[in-house]
Design a protein. Structure first.
Length: 491
């Protein structure tokens, strides 16, 4: 029987961000802190968050749009303010004075720095954090990425003397790798993890693929190496931003768990887990403070966590060693208790506190639920007439859907995170909102907008067919989900 659940794999799934990353959300970082025994940051108006590897700035802009109570900063834009900042009032790019931070993310580029520069950058970020502040560090990791290094060196040598764009460079690399694989190259056939990594890399952006296949300065790091530096700078290791990695029963098959018995502290356990799980990329979370010593307070903070259903949750997940269906207990009960929107764990109807805590942890770790900044009552935007997109940033992103090459990511006010929308559905929603038309009678409006965007005066059969395809992607159920999560209003 085929897999109807998506598979979670550390070998395939750990990449530096080449777009928005939900693991950077303030509420998510708080959830990582709480579930690993640390005090979360307050999310009352005025808290501060900064991205120290902002790329084009869209990640910071989306987090800012989804969390209007915070002050957000993109640090390292090299004088190129993100075009998305104009649509978000609480985002600043490369400010002259960075305020003390509650949250900092440095996800991407960390493993490309020389030792001295990496230490200097880390000291700067840690110094910017308030006491108790939370830091996410993302980097290519050992032992997993070690097997990619020989390929990187070969491809780098093959590329010498060629003047190619990143896209052509990556295409030439995959053509050579495909030919080597077809010829039975022993290295590829003796390293199945590398083959899985390459297959996953082929679906990423050209920039991400170029970095991994040709990055001359890329030097993957051991967890212990990074943890030693972070702790020397005054941080305490908290856990992994990918919360499944903090739960051994979800991370490893049963037969390997006995190999962890000799771990006498959390950092040793993490090192042993890396040896068994073989990650290619890590996102570590550190706190500028000490873990809780008060067990009663630990459980109180657990109960105060706010979680809601994930807008993009699949019907279940395949862990490799186990398959988890979200239609079974306790997820079915959790879905019923959260049907009206995010709730505090202690306030989820139908579950006793002990089960609610365990269910919340598992649901967060597996992507069935997402942490949220506040319960639903204070987050749902008012509905109006017609279909509207309340957030200016989401509206601007929808207007770019026609030129996009894949799914869009939109800010989700209800969860303080993101929601995905495939390109066809985004084109349909943009046409519906732009023309203020009923979704049930939108084919003409979508066809006309597609034609106009393509520079045609009239919408012929080709554009009408594309319009029907886009409308099919924006099902009534999907539109209702977007409304429930505050992405659209007035439906």
């Amino acid at each position: 029987m085929g897999r109807e659940f998506p598979e979670i794999s550390d070998a395939d799934g750990g990449f530096p961000p080449d777009g928005p990353c939900a693991l950077h959300a303030p509420a998510h970082l708080n959830a990582v802190a709480v579930t690993n025994g640390f005090v979360p940051r307050g999310l009352a108006p005025g808290y501060a968050w900064a991205d120290f590897a902002p790329g084009d700035g869209l990640n910071a802009a989306l987090h800012a749009a989804a969390n209007p109570d915070g002050a957000f900063f993109a640090v390292g834009c090299a004088g190129r303010p993100t075009p998305h900042a104009a649509h978000v009032g609480n985002l600043a790019c490369d400010p002259d004075d960075l305020p003390p931070l509650d949250f900092a993310v440095f996800d991407g580029g960390f493993a490309h720095l020389a030792d001295a520069e990496r230490a200097r950058r880390l000291d700067r970020v840690v110094a910017a954090l308030k006491p108790g502040g939370i830091l996410l560090l993302g980097y290519h990791a050992l032992p997993g990425f070690a097997a990619m290094m020989p390929l990187r060196d070969v491809l780098y040598s093959l590329d010498q003397g060629h003047d190619r764009t990143p896209e052509k460079r990556v295409r030439a690399a995959f053509e050579w790798l495909d030919a080597a694989d077809a010829a039975g190259a022993p290295f590829l056939h003796q390293h199945p993890g590398v083959r899985r990594r390459l297959a996953a890399l082929a679906a990423r952006s050209a920039a991400t693929a170029e970095t991994e296949l040709f990055g001359a300065r890329l030097r993957p790091l051991h967890f212990a190496q990074v943890a030693t530096s972070a702790m020397a700078a005054g941080m305490s290791f908290c856990g992994n931003a990918a919360m499944r990695r903090n739960m051994v029963d979800l991370l490893l098959p049963p037969g390997t768990r006995g190999l962890l018995q000799r771990a006498n502290k959390r950092t040793t356990l993490e090192t042993l887990c890396d040896a068994l799980a073989n990650p290619f990329y890590r996102r570590d979370v550190y706190v500028k403070g000490k873990p809780l010593a008060d067990e009663a307070r630990y459980w109180r903070l657990h109960d105060e966590l706010v979680i809601g259903l994930s807008p993009d949750a699949p019907p279940g997940v395949d862990l490799g060693h186990a398959r988890v269906s979200f239609s079974a207990f306790p997820f079915d009960a959790l879905a019923e208790g959260l049907a009206a929107g995010p709730r505090r764990v202690a306030g989820i109807a139908g579950l006793i506190p002990e089960i609610a805590r365990d269910a919340a942890r598992s649901a967060l770790a597996l992507g069935f639920a997402a942490a949220a900044p506040a319960p639903a009552d204070s987050r749902v935007p008012p509905a109006g007439g017609g279909v509207a997109v309340p957030l200016p940033l989401n509206r601007a992103l929808l207007a770019e859907a026609f030129h996009a090459h894949g799914p869009l990511t939109l800010a989700c006010p209800l969860t303080g995170g993101f929601v995905g929308l495939d390109r066809g559905a985004a084109i349909a929603l943009d046409a519906i909102v732009s023309g203020d038309v009923d979704p049930a009678r939108a084919e003409d409006a979508i066809a006309a907008r597609l034609a106009a965007l393509a520079g045609h005066a009239e919408a012929g059969d080709t554009f009408r067919a594309a319009a029907r395809e886009s409308l099919a992607a924006l099902t009534p159920g999907r539109l209702a989900t977007l409304a429930r999560f505050g992405v659209v209003a007035g439906t």
